[in-house]
Design a protein around this ligand. Sequence first.
Ligand code: NAD
Length: 261
Amino acid sequence: MTFTDRFKETIALVTGAAQGIGKGVAERLAKEGATTVLVDRSELVLAVAENLENEGYTVLALQADLETFEGFESVVKRTLDAFGRIDILINNVGGTIWAKPFQHYSPEEILKEVNRSLLPTLWGCRAVLPTMIAKGGGVIINVSSVATRSVNRVPYAAAKGGVNAITASLAFEQAANNVRIIGVAPGGTLAPERVIPRNEMPQTPQEAIWYEQIIEQTKASSLQKKYGTIDNQVSTILFAASSEAAYITGVTIPVAGGDLG
Ligand SMILES: NC(=O)c1ccc[n+]([C@@H]2O[C@H](COP(=O)([O-])OP(=O)(O)OC[C@H]3O[C@@H](n4cnc5c(N)ncnc54)[C@H](O)[C@@H]3O)[C@@H](O)[C@H]2O)c1
């Protein structure tokens, strides 16, 4: 694949950049010319950034817990200290921690799901807006999921439904400030085995069955009856963040083989 320079002179911040979709987005943004800030709670983000730096790209790796407003605010501040502005924010942190029917979730687990898959996006939008408004505009991409209509992960679905509401309402409110907000909702996405697990505990045989039900439902809900690739997600996220999507805001684009979520 050849890379363009469509993000030249752009400062982009990507959350959850140590692995998976976030890592793919950060790598492509850097290769397409963006000065890229890679943020993650895991120290593995340092190696991802180092590899890009060794290839000659301009990157900065930051470690922070984005489930707190203070964590996100510190990331925005350190980025502004280093580069002076933020043009693009990719709110990518999220992912279901458990897979089971709703009656089996404890209240504590439900809160953890919301903390993981709703709050980092809510905090991210709040933390970055003042600087985007001050400099005359920007783009925020919120990574959602078509799991807003799915089985065995209702708290995650609720969190991503919240993400979709942030996208729609914030775009409505901030269009006058030249800030575009677009959601991208992946369907099932093939990825290498996670180095950073979403759940530290090993899966029980029952949980493995519930997880298998998710895979079956995901494939069945897709018109193409299959999982997509990380590249499928990255391409759409970069398109949405680019000036090619200048007349798109306030919508969530499903990237799921025809599953609308
Ligand atoms: N992979 C899929 O099949 C799929 C499908 C639909 C939607 N999505 C969405 O795409 C996004 C990325 O998914 P993925 O599978 O690549 O994720 P992943 O679980 O593989 O990686 C998430 C990254 O976020 C980091 N992270 C988690 N909590 C954090 C926190 N509090 N602060 C900072 N960093 C934190 C992790 O360390 C990790 O590097 C998520 O929002 C997910 O909900 C993924």
